[in-house]
Design a protein around this ligand. Structure first.
Ligand code: HEM
Length: 281
């Protein structure tokens, strides 16, 4: 209380309490809707954790998609500094995604078996948000659209990303616009496939990496893309080990060989020349 008996400016009595005419916290964030999506189908204690970690991951993935798209629009317009801010946010969000495994790892195989039967063939393999991220980053295979055929509103935007240039395609176009020699077959490549290492593209990157002062913005962009791929690898690795410690080498609910499939995916390379350059420099 202040001297006259009025509440101190920092006291909780000063807080807004009448929300008949303005949005409250819960209204603005639509927390009722958010909570209504949390619907365990068994009485198993750990199913709550399982659902929460998936929900949180999906929210981060949506944010990553949004930031990647914004950065790609800037790259398309020839801007190289502004995308770094968005890509840095992607990197930070990826860290949150990867940290989620630390919470999920507290679930033992026995805990998981209490509710595994409840979700049948559902699997993160069918996460449209994850596929958008992969397609935007360039890891593309048309077959990955198939689980979404029954939902045209999901299939359509995913297919559009499969057919559009990835963040790396846009980066190589930028290099070409700057006068670096990117072969025409790379600029006009089949966008539905993942990129393959090209010696001429590597030579262009070597030119950038051997003279960073001259190509500073492109050099920074390349290193930021490498951060994104580095974090993507960490997420994949932590997913794979979490899966292995939870279900061993049992088949996945999505129908793949499970941990063996995820191990193979660790070999995926998104930006091949940016890794190879470390060896060639
Ligand atoms: C203990 C928990 C988990 C287990 C046992 C598990 C298991 C698996 C397995 C076996 C696969 C291979 C596909 C299949 O046949 O099902 C897979 C794929 C996948 N999971 Fe999980 N998962 C877990 C948690 C999560 C979480 C929290 C996420 C967050 C979104 C996630 C996202 C994914 C994605 C995106 C794929 C596709 C990966 C790819 O195709 O490269 N998983 N999961």
């Amino acid at each position: 209380m202040t001297r006259q008996g009025a509440p101190h400016p920092d006291a909780p009595e000063q807080a807004h309490t009448d929300f008949t005419r303005s949005l409250s916290y819960g209204d603005y964030l639509q927390l009722d809707i958010l909570k209504s999506a949390h619907q365990p189908v068994t009485a198993a204690h750990d199913e709550h954790l399982f659902i929460a970690v998936h929900h949180v991951s999906e929210v981060w993935l949506e944010l990553i998609i949004r930031e990647l798209r914004a950065a790609m629009t800037q790259l398309e317009g020839g801007i190289t500094d502004a995308p770094l801010k968005g890509l840095t946010r992607v990197v930070r969000a990826q860290e949150q995604l990867t940290n989620a495994w630390e919470v999920l790892k507290t679930m033992t195989p026995a805990d998981y078996l209490q509710f595994r039967h409840a979700f049948g063939q559902a699997s993160g393999f069918q996460s449209a948000a994850y596929r958008h991220v992969e397609f935007l980053l360039g890891n593309r295979h048309a077959v990955l659209l198939k689980p979404h055929e029954h939902r045209p509103e999901v299939y359509g935007p995913l297919q559009a990303d499969l057919l559009a240039p990835s963040v790396y395609d846009l980066t190589l176009r930028l290099l070409s616009a700057r006068g670096l020699a990117i072969p025409s077959e790379v600029l006009a490549r089949d966008l539905t496939l993942p990129p393959v290492l090209n010696e001429d593209v590597l030579a262009a990157w070597l030119q950038v990496y051997r003279d960073p002062e001259h190509y500073w913005d492109l050099y920074e962009l390349a290193e930021k893309l490498l951060d994104v791929e580095d974090n993507f690898r960490r997420w994949r690795f932590n997913h794979m080990t979490t899966v292995e410690r939870t279900i061993g080498f049992k088949r996945g609910s999505g129908g793949t060989s499970g941990a063996a499939y995820l191990r193979r995916a660790l070999g995926t390379v998104l930006f091949p020349e940016l890794w190879e350059i470390r060896t060639r420099l």
